[in-house]
Design a protein around this ligand. Sequence first.
Ligand SMILES: *[C@@H]1O[C@H](CO)[C@@H](O)[C@H](O)[C@H]1NC(C)=O
Ligand SMILES: *[C@@H]1O[C@H](CO)[C@@H](O)[C@H](O)[C@H]1NC(C)=O
Ligand SMILES: *[C@@H]1O[C@H](CO)[C@@H](O)[C@H](O)[C@H]1NC(C)=O
Ligand SMILES: *[C@@H]1O[C@H](CO)[C@@H](O)[C@H](O)[C@H]1NC(C)=O
Ligand SMILES: *[C@@H]1O[C@H](CO)[C@@H](O)[C@H](O)[C@H]1NC(C)=O
Ligand SMILES: *[C@@H]1O[C@H](CO)[C@@H](O)[C@H](O)[C@H]1NC(C)=O
Ligand SMILES: *[C@@H]1O[C@H](CO)[C@@H](O)[C@H](O)[C@H]1NC(C)=O
Ligand SMILES: *[C@@H]1O[C@H](CO)[C@@H](O)[C@H](O)[C@H]1NC(C)=O
Ligand SMILES: *[C@@H]1O[C@H](CO)[C@@H](O)[C@H](O)[C@H]1NC(C)=O
Ligand SMILES: *[C@@H]1O[C@H](CO)[C@@H](O)[C@H](O)[C@H]1NC(C)=O
Ligand SMILES: *[C@@H]1O[C@H](CO)[C@@H](O)[C@H](O)[C@H]1NC(C)=O
Ligand SMILES: *[C@@H]1O[C@H](CO)[C@@H](O)[C@H](O)[C@H]1NC(C)=O
Length: 827
Amino acid sequence: MGKPMFLTQATMIISLLLSMYTSSCSSVGSGRQDRSCIASERAALLSIKEKLSDPGEQLSSWQGEECCSWKGIRCSNRTGHVVELDLRGDRCYHFIIDCLGGSEFTSTPSSLQHSNLTALEILDISDNKFGSKISPNWFWDVTNLKHLDISWSHFHGPLFPDDMRNMTALEEIHLAGNNLRGENPSNLKNLCNMKVIDIAYLEITKDISELREWLPKCSWIKLRQLDLSSNNFYGNLPDWLKLLTNLTYIDFQDNKLTGYTPIWLGTLTKLVVLQLSSNYLDGAIYEDHFKGLANLKVLGLAYNSLVMTVSSDWIPPFRLAIADLRSSRLGPRIPAWLRSQVGIQMLAMSNASITDSVPDWFWNLVSGATFLDLSKNQLTGMLPERMELMEAHLIDLSNNRLFGPVQKFPRKAIYIDFSSNSLSEKLPTDFATEVLYVLALQNNSISGTIPTSMCKMRYIRKLDLSNNMLTGEVPSCAQQADLNDFNEMVSLKLNDNNLSGVFPSFLQMCPKIVFVDLAYNQFSGILPAWLQKMAPFLALLRLRSNMFSGQIPIQYTKFQRLQYLDIAYNYLSGEIPTSIADLSAMNSPGDESSFQDMNITFAPTYGALDDLIFYTESTSVLTKGQQLDYSKQIIYMVNLDLSCNRLTGTIPVDISALVALKNVNLSWNNLSGGIPDNIGAIKELESLDLSHNRLSGEIPSSISTMIFLSHINLSYNNLSGRIPTGNQLQTLEDPASIYIGNINLCGPPLANTCPDNRTRMPIYPEERQGEHQMPSHLSVIIGFILGLWMVFCVMLLSRRWRHAYFVFIDGHCYRILETMVCVFHHK
Ligand SMILES: *[C@@H]1O[C@H](CO)[C@@H](O)[C@H](O)[C@H]1NC(C)=O
Ligand SMILES: *[C@@H]1O[C@H](CO)[C@@H](O)[C@H](O)[C@H]1NC(C)=O
Ligand SMILES: *[C@@H]1O[C@H](CO)[C@@H](O)[C@H](O)[C@H]1NC(C)=O
Ligand SMILES: *[C@@H]1O[C@H](CO)[C@@H](O)[C@H](O)[C@H]1NC(C)=O
Ligand SMILES: *[C@@H]1O[C@H](CO)[C@@H](O)[C@H](O)[C@H]1NC(C)=O
Ligand SMILES: *[C@@H]1O[C@H](CO)[C@@H](O)[C@H](O)[C@H]1NC(C)=O
Ligand SMILES: *[C@@H]1O[C@H](CO)[C@@H](O)[C@H](O)[C@H]1NC(C)=O
Ligand SMILES: *[C@@H]1O[C@H](CO)[C@@H](O)[C@H](O)[C@H]1NC(C)=O
Ligand SMILES: *[C@@H]1O[C@H](CO)[C@@H](O)[C@H](O)[C@H]1NC(C)=O
Ligand SMILES: *[C@@H]1O[C@H](CO)[C@@H](O)[C@H](O)[C@H]1NC(C)=O
Ligand SMILES: *[C@@H]1O[C@H](CO)[C@@H](O)[C@H](O)[C@H]1NC(C)=O
Ligand SMILES: *[C@@H]1O[C@H](CO)[C@@H](O)[C@H](O)[C@H]1NC(C)=O
């Protein structure tokens, strides 16, 4: 039980998929014992170890006599020579900008030739951080090397260094993800045994037709794998590529290829993997494109402008395991040819213009799939009654028109998104499964109470049940025995339901929670003081429109991360704590870095699998009198909304220390005293509403220095004296209504003139020049419709992840697996 359970889950998904395609994955692991080790080679290995910093302690097994059984070493059982050396770094940190794992050399090892490792055929030093020139280097002089993998190891220099010229035995080379610029393809000319060329992630900007000069002609018919993914190759797919008749694996995704998809692809009869996603290909795809592709297992056509027009009785020659067809036009019906794709493992068809009711055969077809993404279509119908028996680990049916009751979740599902459908009725009593990691059911019509089986979801990270018709109390999960339950919870959204009872006490078990949204429910009782202690990383607390009463706990000013506090429309009384200035996240501008040590970051996502580690978070903010949807920009939204309560006392003077605030709404309370003089210090403020209180005294002139202020309301108070002028104040709409209901105010924009007309000059008139900042700032305000993305695996780069998504058949066979393991470890 516990975390290992997850590891098993993730391992299962992947091993299942990989078992089908591991052919080209070199299995390294420990070597064989039945061969003793050649002493000079052992010495050479030890000298390599000596020069290698080894933070991951990958080489801890490198001791004793039997070097053939050391980790990463394989000896020939014929000659006893070391033929394989695997120094791969820690794959878990693939996505990090700042690589935590991986080794570097403290000094240069002697060349392989010189150190007598001359029988070496396979060398894998990928995923390290060598940070050196690619050439000269210690590994270039063993000319019988067949397989060289130096990808993702921080090498720089020319793409095809001169040293390659003599590597004529080379069959497989992986150069991906290094900093290699400028190529001399003639250096490849004599590499007549090439079978695998991986030049992904190298920022190569070239017409793809130039590849003709790169790929050694003498190896064209031998070439099996060609990985050009994530570069900037442009132009049409050239016809001569059809001469590479031995290709089994084409990965051209994430480039800038244009034009039609050529028909000759259908003649590459050995193709197992065809990945063309994320290009600018357009036009139709029809039967002939697949004519000879009986071996095809992986098809990626996603994110192009492709329209699939095949007849409804077409039976493809292939039987796919993986189909990525996202954002292709497949509809309006669910493609009938899928019917023949029995045994499909991953099917991604989101945003595929499908308007259809989901037929039974389809549910049967995908019942064995581990990954299913049908989001953003117009699918109708009910969830299958026996959904529980589906094999899905990740299932995204969001943004469709599915109706009827929620069924019991697939037992192995770790990620479920059924949001924005029309699902109704009660949740099944035992709806939850232990392994769930993300559960998104928001924006449906689910009624009834939240079953106590919710407490089963011990590893849940994101739970979103918002915008349904749920009633009753949130289970307290008090019977939970294991203190680690809910340990991983980051986001809880129950807003816009009809839930009642006290503040959900199970949040005491969520030490890592960042987002809590309970707004628009019927919760009552006090705001618990324990929250600050039990949820120290809380960044957003939205309790708007409930029936909470009592005081704002003084402990809440000790939240280090809280930058969004909305407790409007409750029955809170007492004073605003004077220590409010301690809310440090409100006095320093919000940025991504403040989330980084919480291992959360923000990056674009590409569908459900991303969302397992990244996920979108959005919330709506009432500011400037409007309800606005903030998504990605939520990290910039620093908000204090205490409006519509029964707060008394004065506005704490120190509020002006919360300089990052963008929205302050204290309206509709019973606050008295003056507006703090230096309120103008809150320079970022865009909206200030103090209306409907009993504030008195003069309006501080510093208010005119808030250059971003686009909404202010001081109406219905007891303010007096002359209204300050200048800057933003002059530009606001409906200026008179800002001050209405304060009988003792005078001067423009009000009609009554002041008895004493000593001119009160606006201070800091030079601030006007700050107006040039407006455009960029406004773009922040305007760019609401973005997603807030969170990552649990330190900094993940989506480009990398997308690569891992569908390309795990090449030499990097563990990439996806270890990423998931990493996710579940939340390293
Ligand atoms: C080496 O060992 C492997 C596995 O033990 C075996 O399949 C292979 O035939 C052996 N090769 C030679 C040349 O003995
Ligand atoms: C390589 O082998 C030769 C001959 O066996 C030996 O003289 C030499 O010392 C070895 N070099 C290293 C670096 O071990
Ligand atoms: C390639 O080999 C030839 C002959 O062995 C040698 O003269 C030349 O220096 C080598 N070139 C490189 C770049 O190592
Ligand atoms: C093509 O690949 C197969 C293995 O897939 C191999 O047996 C055959 O020799 C290759 N053809 C050529 C011309 O290299
Ligand atoms: C959906 O697909 C269309 C092309 O068919 C594309 O223009 C659009 O951006 C896609 N939308 C999303 C959300 O991916
Ligand atoms: C909620 O779902 C409906 C369709 O059921 C959709 O039109 C609407 O955009 C969704 N709202 C949100 C906030 O996702
Ligand atoms: C919410 O629940 C209360 C009782 O707790 C009930 O009176 C009210 O009608 C419900 N509102 C909605 C919108 O379901
Ligand atoms: C302040 O809050 C009140 C009550 O929640 C709301 O009506 C008003 O529009 C808000 N003011 C602004 C400027 O958003
Ligand atoms: C506001 O506070 C004053 C003095 O504390 C009290 O007399 C008055 O009743 C309060 N008004 C409301 C609406 O709570
Ligand atoms: C300020 O609030 C008052 C009362 O709520 C309202 O009548 C007025 O329109 C508001 N003015 C502005 C500029 O929002
Ligand atoms: C202010 O007072 C001066 C005389 O003291 C008068 O000339 C001027 O018109 C007055 N201005 C306003 C706005 O009342
Ligand atoms: C973030 O990750 C680091 C490294 O794995 C870990 O030490 C740290 O505890 C994590 N922080 C949180 C808040 O989980």
